[in-house]
Design a protein around this ligand. Structure first.
Ligand SMILES: Nc1ccc(Br)nc1
Length: 446
């Protein structure tokens, strides 16, 4: 006694058609410009990615933290001319406070470390996965939001911390099937720049601005870089020397220019030696042109890149020993990285290595007629309490519809609740892969 099953959403029967609410205006069903919805397929991929972020963080003994997406604008106001500042998604709230959607997680993490103060025992090893925003003029059609995985070590001045962080990213890449043939890390230190600039007695406060200009070296013409450096107060001679040093691709060559006693060379040699011990030497290379685009880095910096050179940086990070003190906190050393959720997916697509993820349920439970919906609910609950996943058919549907749905949701078993069987305390079971079917006592269901 099955009705025609009605269409999805359509209510037919004694009450007549459902009253349609007054259509006020046809809304735009797309998300705001530069933002994404995550439908089930995309959400499965995102959850798979985040699961691997979390598993690696757990393997490395890091604790998860989180912060508001909305922060005080003051947290991100830096004067070094960073793109992240120019694209700040900021506004004045109803309490006339200047606020911003966070463009990155590190300042929030620094804020929380300072807030916790002496109650924290160092080193702090925290990770976070959070949505970050930028207000990008849509002329370039780029995204305005992405999710970032961040790992930070607070309170360890030694290069061992950077080596540990790079190891965690290598571990992540290996987990998702990316190898050293696919990606690598370009590693340098801002102390390289510092040591060159100090030879030309460039003012300390110019350092951040010079780094931001240098970070654009691959993105804008070299002459523009030179002009911007000179406009920032760097002499022509210093500019030429700077660009010459930035083209160095070997530590040996760097040593020839800077000597072997400066912190830049000493720390980089330590890092490459530790890479041997961690077992990821084949993943990293020295590249003096790497400065990263955030003003607060003070030492080692690194970025993950795809060896085919088709994509933007996959991840990046470095040491930021001054950030906490610039926020009024103690002078605590820190380093960390950010790993976005978009470029890595582009890389996996490029490599044809996206994971095959689909909905799968153990059981689809169906009442064979309407007055058996109650017993079907009982069966579903019994199975769920045993940890089985159940898709319970919620309406009176023809079996043809049930089989179609079972195939779509990759159900392993079809549990049929029929009147005669139910009277005998039994239900019907059909193994959908083999077609084999049998009856089973309710209390033997598992
Ligand atoms: N910082 C930032 C935020 C959002 C996106 Br999309 N890219 C970079």
């Amino acid at each position: 006694a099955r009705d025609n099953g009605g269409g999805a959403g359509g209510r037919s029967g004694a009450l007549g058609p459902a009253p349609v609410a007054e259509v006020i205006q046809k809304i735009d069903v797309n998300p705001p410009k530069g933002t994404r919805d995550f439908s089930p397929d995309e959400m499965r991929l995102r959850n798979w990615l985040f699961h691997n972020f979390r598993e690696v963080s757990r393997l490395f003994g890091f604790e998860e933290v989180d912060f508001p997406v909305l922060e005080s604008e003051a947290l991100f106001v830096r004067k070094a001319g960073e793109e992240i500042k120019d694209q700040l998604y900021c506004f004045e709230d109803r309490g006339n406070r200047r606020v911003a959607l966070r463009p990155e997680l590190t300042p929030s993490l620094a804020r929380l470390v300072i807030q916790k103060g002496k109650s924290l025992s160092l080193p702090v090893k925290w990770f976070a996965i959070g949505q970050c925003w930028r207000y990008e003029r849509m002329t370039r059609g780029r995204r305005r939001e992405h999710y970032q995985w961040n790992m930070d070590i607070i309170g360890v001045p030694d290069v061992m911390a950077e080596a540990e962080l790079i190891s965690s990213i290598v571990t992540f890449f290996k987990r998702i099937g990316i190898t050293a043939s696919d990606v690598g890390f370009k590693v340098s230190s801002r102390k390289v720049l510092q040591e060159v600039l100090s030879r030309y007695s460039i003012r300390e406060d110019l350092f951040g601005k010079v780094c931001i200009i240098i970070d654009k070296i691959e993105k804008i013409p070299l002459n523009d870089i030179k002009e911007e450096l000179k406009a920032a107060g760097v002499s022509t001679e210093a500019v030429e020397q700077l660009l010459q040093v930035l083209s160095i691709k070997s530590l040996t060559e760097l040593e020839e220019i800077l000597g072997d006693a400066g912190e830049a060379v000493v720390e980089l040699k330590q890092l490459f030696s530790l890479a041997e011990k961690f077992g990821y030497s084949e993943w990293i290379q020295f590249d003096a042109s790497i400065v990263r685009g955030l003003a607060y880095y003070t030492g080692i910096v690194f970025e993950g890149f795809d060896r085919d050179g088709k994509l933007r940086a996959i991840c990046g990070g470095g040491r930021y020993d001054r950030l906490l003190s610039t926020f009024g906190g103690d002078d605590i050393p820190a380093c960390g990285f950010g790993f976005g959720d978009a470029v890595i997916v582009e890389l996996l697509k490029e490599k044809g290595r996206l994971p095959a993820l689909s909905l799968q349920v153990d059981n689809i439970v169906c009442a064979l007629d309407h007055d058996l919906q109650g017993p079907a609910a009982t069966v579903a609950t019994i199975l769920r309490e045993k940890g089985q996943t159940v898709d319970l058919v919620l309406e009176n549907k023809p079996l043809k519809w049930v089989f179609k749905r079972a195939a779509r949701i990759n159900a392993e078993r079809l549990i049929l609740v029929g009147s005669a069987e139910w009277q005998r305390g039994m239900v019907g079971v059909k193994i959908l892969s083999s077609g084999e079917q049998h009856e089973i006592k309710l209390d033997e269901l598992e």
